[in-house]
Design a protein around this ligand. Structure first.
Ligand code: CA
Length: 237
């Protein structure tokens, strides 16, 4: 595995992994995504792509069908069979427009499908549409839960209409919890999603920031919102 510690302090914009062997294509996509504030990782082979996907758990993967070595369809199959990677939305790119191939791509688990030559604007629109469904806070959406409102574009959080002061890590923690209310997250899952997969922090770090977040959420009164699930982790209730 490539050693690549990653952190995303206070940044809730989405992380996209592009697996495409044609450098010019990859650069075009990456340029357009970065222009819109996305964090982009690129892999030129299927092997590298699989490794990076497990390592960085991106919010979305753009995968080319025609790759040297492990084919795109095989990469897709492996990603969709992987415990960590199966939930990552995946858009497949291909020169193959035949119906049988399209069906095969979707059957292997691709969430969306674009035939080359595609318009870069259409790809951007598909990326945003997918992320709006799967991780709304990453594309500038507003999340609401009970009396809590989180505006990801302005990095502001309100409770009962009153702004709350939150550190960047607490903001990202809250965004993850608000995207999946009532879901119990293990400390490990929170480390992956808030700090990045290869971070050096331990569970204690999660507890410290959860404690700070709890304190921030009750600044203006109101009951606590984060539940500790003994021996497991935390959830927003
Ligand atoms: Ca290719």
């Amino acid at each position: 595995m490539v050693e690549k510690p990653r952190q995303y302090p206070g940044d809730s914009s989405a992380r996209v992994l592009i697996i495409e062997d044609e450098a010019a294509q990859a650069e075009l996509i990456s340029y357009n995504l970065e222009n819109k504030g996305f964090h982009v990782e690129g892999a030129l082979t299927g092997e590298e792509g699989l490794e990076l996907a497990v390592e960085t758990v991106p919010d979305l993967i753009i995968l080319d069908w025609m790759l040297p070595g492990v084919s795109g369809i095989e990469v897709c199959r492996q990603l969709k069979a992987g415990r960590i990677t199966r939930k990552i939305p995946l858009i497949m790119l291909t020169a193959r427009g035949e119906e049988a191939d399209r069906i095969r791509g979707l059957e292997t688990g691709a969430d969306d499908y674009l035939v080359k030559p595609y318009s870069i604007n259409e790809l951007m629109a598909r990326v945003r549409a997918m992320l709006r469904r799967t991780s709304p806070a990453s594309v500038g959406e507003i999340l609401a839960h009970g009396d809590l409102v989180l505006e990801s574009a302005s990095h502001r959080v309100f409770r009962n209409g009153k702004p709350l002061k939150l550190g960047p890590i607490e903001f990202r923690l809250l965004a993850v919890l608000m995207q999946n209310p009532r879901q119990v997250f293990t400390r490990n899952q929170l480390l992956d999603r808030v700090w990045g997969v290869n971070c050096d922090f331990d569970y204690r770090t999660v507890d410290v920031h959860i404690a700070r977040l709890r304190k921030s959420l009750v600044q203006g009164g109101g009951p606590g919102l984060i539940r500790t699930v003994r021996g497991t982790g935390y959830s927003l209730d």
